[in-house]
Design a protein around this ligand. Structure first.
Ligand code: PLP
Length: 401
């Protein structure tokens, strides 16, 4: 089988602008003309490839980005959306209806957790949350109503790793769709190559990489994406989370540097994780041998892109975490902000921010401690300098001695 390299697949795409520009022209239209009424009818029926109808359905700019992200993930096609949640919720609603059941990892992005826990039940969709690293527990949670197995490759915020190949086998055995949110590990992991049916990203994070927009994508088979966009029954078409063409053009430009950025994020995160672990801090990073899923993750990654840019440090208490984050921001080491994948380091305490939707008793059960700081490590040029500056902040606050 031909070696699969997601960055090469993006590199190999060649688009020309309308006037031969090296960037494809941006389609600045919400609606499209037809030279004949018959073509318009056929397009509505879904029979006219290459014809555009209305930009909530698709636009040339969005299709360029769809194609690039499908090439990156090795799926037949893709559908971009206005946000990561705008990809996740229509995908799950397309797969599940009243009476259906989802088995989901319990350590997932707080918004997805809140959707599954609080919103989906209003539509008759129930979810069982499990420890995704325990395959026997995952299998035991499946019922005759289960339609979907849902997880994040590397989970938010605990950085648990889902063994996608094994989960894919379980999904196949019970005829479920394995849906994987790969937001934390673009290029590093290619879930569809490991057997996932559908791969989702919040483009807001690494893929766009400049924290200037929200965006999302669902990468899947042509059949599934056609169903999402069906004018009569497609959740994306009917709920309307469409990405704007101007935005898809700008995300597309940023996608071209993703491979360089991911290598630097991974290098920097590994560097800091090794140092802080050696200093005696409770450090979680999938690249460390101490990470419970390190060995399995090593077999899953496309090694040149590394173990990713996300790391957590536990500094004991929320008060200490807050003090440290404020000091690091004051020293210009990064921003006290949610989200990830920016050129500067971002840090937040997940228990009181991105995972605050998760009730306290459940946070404790899943190991989400008070003093946990989630870092999205930036593209810093001199990471030893950054390490020394961070360490100084920690010594000043008695986090390190
Ligand atoms: N998935 C993960 C892993 C996330 O971290 C986030 C946002 O933080 C989302 C999905 C939601 O994406 P968006 O904010 O683009 O809707």
């Amino acid at each position: 089988m031909k070696n699969f390299n997601p960055a090469d697949n993006i590199q190999d795409l060649q688009y020309f602008g309308e006037f031969g520009g090296v960037n494809p022209s941006i389609s600045d239209s919400s609606t499209y003309t037809f030279l004949s009424a018959k073509t318009m009818f056929d397009t509505f029926e879904g029979n006219m490839e290459g014809c555009y109808l209305y930009s909530r359905h698709s636009s040339p700019s969005n299709l360029y980005l769809d194609k690039a992200l499908a090439a990156m993930e090795g799926t037949e096609t893709a559908n971009v959306s206005a946000s990561g949640m705008g990809a996740i919720t229509p995908t799950l609603l397309q797969l599940c209806g009243t009476g259906d059941h989802i088995v989901s990892s319990r350590t997932i992005y707080g918004g997805t957790y809140a959707f599954l826990k609080n919103f989906a039940p209003r539509l008759g969709i129930k979810t069982t949350f499990v420890d995704i690293t325990k395959l026997d527990v995952v299998e035991a949670a499946i019922t005759s109503e289960t339609k979907v197995l849902y997880c994040e490759t590397v989970s938010n915020p605990l950085l648990e790793v889902a063994d996608i190949a094994s989960l894919a086998k379980i999904a196949k055995k019970y005829n479920l769709k394995l849906v994987v949110d790969n937001t934390f590990s673009p290029l590093s992991v290619s879930p569809a190559r490991l057997g996932a049916d559908i791969v989702i990203h919040s483009l807001t994070k690494y893929i766009n990489g400049s924290s200037d927009t929200v965006g999302g994508v669902t990468c899947a088979s042509q059949e599934f994406i056609d169903s999402l966009k069906n004018v009569n029954s497609g959740a994306s078409m009917l709920l309307g989370p469409t990405m704007d063409s101007l935005r898809s053009a700008s995300v597309m430009k940023n996608l071209r540097t993703l491979h360089i950025r991911m290598k630097q994020h991974s290098y920097n995160a590994m560097y800091l994780a090794e140092r802080f672990e050696k200093d005696g801090l409770k450090t979680v990073y999938p690249g460390l041998a101490s990470h419970p899923s390190h060995e399995i993750y090593k077999t899953m990654i496309n090694p040149e892109y590394g173990f990713g840019g996300m790391m957590t440090l536990d500094v004991g208490t929320l008060a200490k975490a807050n003090e440290l984050m404020e000091l690091m921001q004051a020293k210009n080491l990064g921003y006290l902000a949610v989200s990830l994948g920016f050129y500067k380091t971002l840090f937040s305490a997940p228990g009181t921010s991105t995972s605050s939707e998760i009730p306290m008793d459940e946070q404790i059960a899943m190991g989400l401690t008070d003093g946990l700081i989630r870092f999205s490590i930036g593209l810093d040029n001199d990471i030893e300098r950054t390490y020394q500056m961070m360490k100084k902040c920690m010594i000043e606050l008695n986090v390190l001695t």
